[in-house]
Design a protein around this ligand. Structure first.
Ligand code: IVH
Length: 676
């Protein structure tokens, strides 16, 4: 095929595909089968492969770009992206209508009511009909350029059906089904779950690699234009019709109403039917339809006077308290928890709700067997709103907090000024293994493979009584524990060893002092850069740091006066755990002396610079190209020609795991390419 002929065909195919994308993703009514569509795409891909000079950014094959970005660029919005005022009940809606009547002097007017999509605001810039940029709202004035991710959303046209220049604004969201699929996948991969579709959508557009967003099935509705310059629409509804006409996806449930009472009814209906939609909405938006009136009403500094968001109340559901249990936390706090007959609330099944402490338990007067109303606070955390006392039948059982710790059976105390009951037994097993799990967690010492199940086994087998015991574990202790084979034992020991080099803030956080979270640990470690300095610090010295208040200072002071805590610190030090901000320079192992390394590809745990520094600190040398004199090629992901050269020159190749073993456990290395 000649180039000119190919060009014509490519253009035809693109138009055809864009048309079907529109029918499928925007109109929700495909006119051809998936197979026919795939054939069109395949033809286009083949032609673009034969004539790469014909590839253009608006081609449907270019939705997922090649390389991940290095960083996000910031974008200045031409007109600020404002927020909306909220109405939390119908009276506030009536107030809104009254305000508008007073400001305009007009008693009857049209309003447009739209679902308020629970996602995140975006702005799409089209120039001459071509998508040139997509940006987040950011602080309203400056957002982030997320064009690479926006292009992966199939309902976003890369080219409009009119060669116009405009900014379209709308909301990106993740449909419920996509959200559930994503979280199910994450459960299988042991990754942390997203709390709700909004967070999942936000997390997806904030990815540098467009392949992630492409896999997340995001979608979008456009609800307004950034500016109406050059257009002659009379009403907002007309503008929406136009946006629809040029190929943008506009929500189908948008209507015009004249009377506030009618609008209130619509809002209430949506509130009751919100679960029926395939995406989450958190309210309805009411907008003055007439654009001249909108202009006349104008804006406050934060939001337009011509619109308001009617926010739905959190969904409330009735269920039954089947039992009340008490859990013991890492700091010994006893928390009563209502075990509920499972019910679906705001999109997920709820089985338990914390009752926080004895006072709240009494205040809410919850009994076992009670019918109760629950909701999700902030749409996330299940909370017991109230007991339906009218539904009591007499068999409900009163519940009192125990006098003994459910884990170790020692008496519990309520310390002065505290609302919580607390188990103060330093050897309480639950607290111990919870402390170990916390010590090993990501933000703390980051010991991979040491979760609740392993911690429990270590406790039950008398192997660990406090966190310092971890550093005295030997292979023989671990082998033979349930689900601990050679490989997991090896990995766990390597990971424990590696954690010795963590900076002080991670250790401090891992020790789990009360009121000392990740951020406070960092502040303390920056001001007192060794554990000895923190141990010696008087409360006044700590209080001179702006972020440290008396609660934290007292907690730190007390912790380092506790005899058993001091013993733990001594044992950590003896085991070689770093207790300073800067990890000690490794004078001891110059095990890589005389060896030459070449680094290639990308490693998960080490950046190129970190790997280089590590090798050099152990006496090794880095060169940029592979030769006969190279002892090791360290090959991460996507390593290219250097990997191949290593094979042809028979140079030993280390993958990331082998490299980690080499530098972390300081295994003996012999020249002659042998790792023992
Ligand atoms: S109109 C000038 N309409 O809600 C403000 N916003 O709380 C224009 N939102 O930032 C916003 N659905 O991200 C409008 N149908 C809708 C909406 C909507 C969701 C979001 C939007 C806005 C936020 C305000």
């Amino acid at each position: 095929m000649k180039l000119i002929e190919a060009k014509k065909r490519v253009e035809e195919l693109r138009e055809e595909i864009a048309k079907h994308d529109y029918y499928y993703y925007v109109q929700d009514s495909p006119v051809i089968s998936d197979r026919e569509y795939d054939l069109l795409r395949r033809k286009l891909e083949e032609l673009e492969k034969s004539f790469p000079e014909l590839i253009s950014p608006d081609s449907p094959t270019q939705r997922v770009g090649g390389k991940p970005l290095e960083a996000f660029n910031s974008v200045n919005h031409k007109t600020p992206m404002l927020s909306l005022d909220n109405a939390f009940n119908i009276n506030e809606l009536r107030d809104f209508a009254l305000r508008i009547k007073n400001l305009t002097g007009i008693t009857e007017m049209e309003y447009v009511v739209e679902p308020k999509i629970d996602g995140l605001a975006v702005s799409l810039l089209y120039e001459d009909g071509m998508l040139v940029r997509g940006a987040t709202r950011g602080d309203g004035h400056t957002g982030e350029d997320i064009t690479h991710n926006i292009k992966t959303i199939k309902s976003v046209p890369l080219k409009l059906r009119d060669r116009v220049t405009l900014e379209a604004r709308g909301e990106i969201y993740m449909p419920r089904e996509a959200f559930e699929q994503l979280n199910n996948k994450r459960v299988a991969e042991a990754l942390p779950l997203f709390a709700n579709p909004r967070n999942a959508a936000a997390g997806s557009v904030r990815q540098l690699d467009p392949r992630v967003a492409a896999a997340r099935q995001l979608d979008l509705f456009i609800f307004t234009m950034g500016s109406y310059e050059g257009y002659t629409f009379k009403t907002h509804f007309e503008a929406l019709e136009y946006l629809k006409k040029i190929g943008l996806r506009v929500n189908p449930h948008i209507n015009i109403y004249k009377y506030m009472e009618e609008i209130i009814e619509v809002c209430q209906e949506w509130s009751a039917r919100r679960q029926d939609l395939p995406y989450e909405i958190d309210g309805a938006v009411i907008k003055v339809n007439d654009l001249k009136l909108q202009e006349q009403l104008g804006f406050t500094s934060k939001s337009p006077r011509w619109a308001i968001a009617f926010k739905f109340a959190a969904e409330q559901v009735e269920t039954e308290v089947e039992d009340i249990m008490v859990s013991v936390g890492r700091t010994g706090t006893l928390t009563p928890i209502a075990l509920l007959k499972p019910v679906k609330v705001s999109g997920s099944v709820v089985k338990r709700a914390s009752l926080h402490n004895e006072d709240i338990l009494q205040e809410k007067e919850v009994k076992i067997g009670d019918r109760v109303i629950i909701h999700k606070a902030g749409d996330v955390i299940p909370e017991l709103v109230k007991v339906i006392k009218e539904k009591r039948e007499g068999q409900e059982k009163e519940f009192n907090m125990p006098e003994e710790c459910p884990a170790c059976k020692e008496n519990v105390v309520r310390l002065p000024g505290e609302v919580a009951l607390r188990c103060i037994n330093a050897t309480c097993p639950v607290q111990t293994y919870e402390r170990i799990v916390h010590f090993s967690s990501r933000g703390a010492m980051d010991i991979e493979g040491l979760g609740l199940a392993v911690a429990l086994q270590l406790w039950e087998n008398n192997l660990v009584r406090d966190v310092s015991d971890l550093y005295y574990l030997k292979r023989e202790d671990l082998i033979g524990l349930e689900r601990m084979g050679e490989k997991s034992v090896h990995n766990l020991l390597v990971s424990i060893e590696k954690s010795k080099n963590n900076p002080l803030n991670k250790l401090l956080y891992g020790l789990g002092l009360r009121f000392v979270g990740e951020k406070v640990s960092k502040i303390l470690a920056e001001n007192f850069p060794s554990i000895e300095k923190i141990m010696e610090a008087e409360t006044e010295e700590m209080l001179s740091i702006p972020e440290i208040g008396p609660r934290i200072a007292t907690s730190v002071y007390e912790f380092f006066r506790g005899k058993s805590n001091l013993k733990v610190i001594e044992k950590l030090k003896t085991a070689g755990v770093n207790v300073c901000m800067e990890p000690p320079k490794k004078e001891r192992d110059k095990t890589l002396e005389g060896l030459t390394f070449v680094l290639t590809g990308k490693m998960e745990r080490y950046s190129r610079d970190e790997a280089k520094e590590l090798i050099e600190s152990m006496g090794g040398r880095i060169t940029s190209s592979v030769s006969k004199n190279t002892d090791f090629v360290v090959a991460g992901e996507n390593s290219g020609s250097k990997h191949d050269q290593a094979i042809s020159l028979e140079v030993k190749i280390l993958d990331e795991k082998e490299f980690q073993e080499l530098v972390v456990s300081g295994q003996q290395v012999q020249k002659g390419n042998e790792v023992t």
